[in-house]
Design a protein around this ligand. Structure first.
Ligand SMILES: [Mg+2]
Length: 236
């Protein structure tokens, strides 16, 4: 959707996971490698893609439980692979722990990006100040950024770990604005998640771009909605 902007933008803020960095593709790649490395077929799990499908289903459910306040983060992190193993009647806690550990250390080293991410950033950085606001740990996000060649694009990087708040909390956005010397009315935020990104940045008075490749219907659409990052080059 290429409506013309009503505000004059100077600063473009991006989300990282699922917006620029291909979280899903990188996760699948990591699990495929670890399936072989840890000989998971010896457990009776037929193949990596079946394993990944079941893991993603379970992980999705666990995140919903976490967001609903019915599960804490350590439980989510420490039991997800044990629970997947149980689908094949396998109880092997030390292997599940090893898999979890390797998944967390190797995953962020993957470098896959969403289509047109670099081209779009190249275009934007000549015209705007580009920044990043991401939920997550500083070190992990830094590994993703440096490996995937994204790092040089951002004038400022704001992580939830450093601010102590998680998007959609508007304080994350307020801190990012302050750090970058940007005014909310001259800023635009690009992210894939409706609640975290669109509602969060809207609450901070920032115009929003909803990166929505699947075209999921939302209650109060963002200022702009795009299915491909390249559309930003038409809007901006
Ligand atoms: Mg995201």
């Amino acid at each position: 959707m290429a409506a013309s902007p009503s505000r004059e933008y100077e600063h473009i803020f991006f989300d990282l996971d699922h917006t620029l960095w291909d979280f899903e593709g990188n996760s699948r790649k990591t699990l495929t490698e670890l399936f072989v490395q840890l000989n998971l077929s010896d457990l009776g799990i037929p193949d990596a893609s079946t394993f990944i499908t079941e893991y993603e289903k379970l992980n999705h459910w666990m995140w919903a439980e976490y967001r609903a306040g019915r599960m804490d983060k350590p439980t989510l992190r420490n039991t997800r692979f044990k629970r997947v193993f149980k689908l094949w009647d396998v109880v092997h806690d030390s292997l599940a722990d090893e898999l979890n550990e390797l998944y967390l250390t190797e995953g962020p080293k993957k470098t896959g990006l969403l289509p047109n991410a670099l081209e779009t950033l190249d275009y934007l950085m000549d015209r705007y100040d580009v920044h990043l606001i991401t939920n997550g740990f500083k070190e992990v996000q830094h590994t993703k950024l440096s490996g995937s060649r994204l790092l040089p694009y951002f004038k400022t990087i704001t992580t939830s770990e450093e601010t102590g708040f998680l998007k959609p909390d508007r304080r994350v956005f307020d801190i990012a604005l302050e750090t970058s010397g940007a005014h909310s009315h001259h800023s635009l935020y690009v992210g894939d998640h409706y609640e975290t990104d669109v509602i969060g940045s809207r609450n901070a008075g920032i115009d929003q771009v909803h990166f929505n490749p699947e075209g999921i219907e939302v209650e109060h659409p963002a200022t702009f909605e795009i299915r491909d990052l390249a559309e930003l080059m038409e809007i901006l």
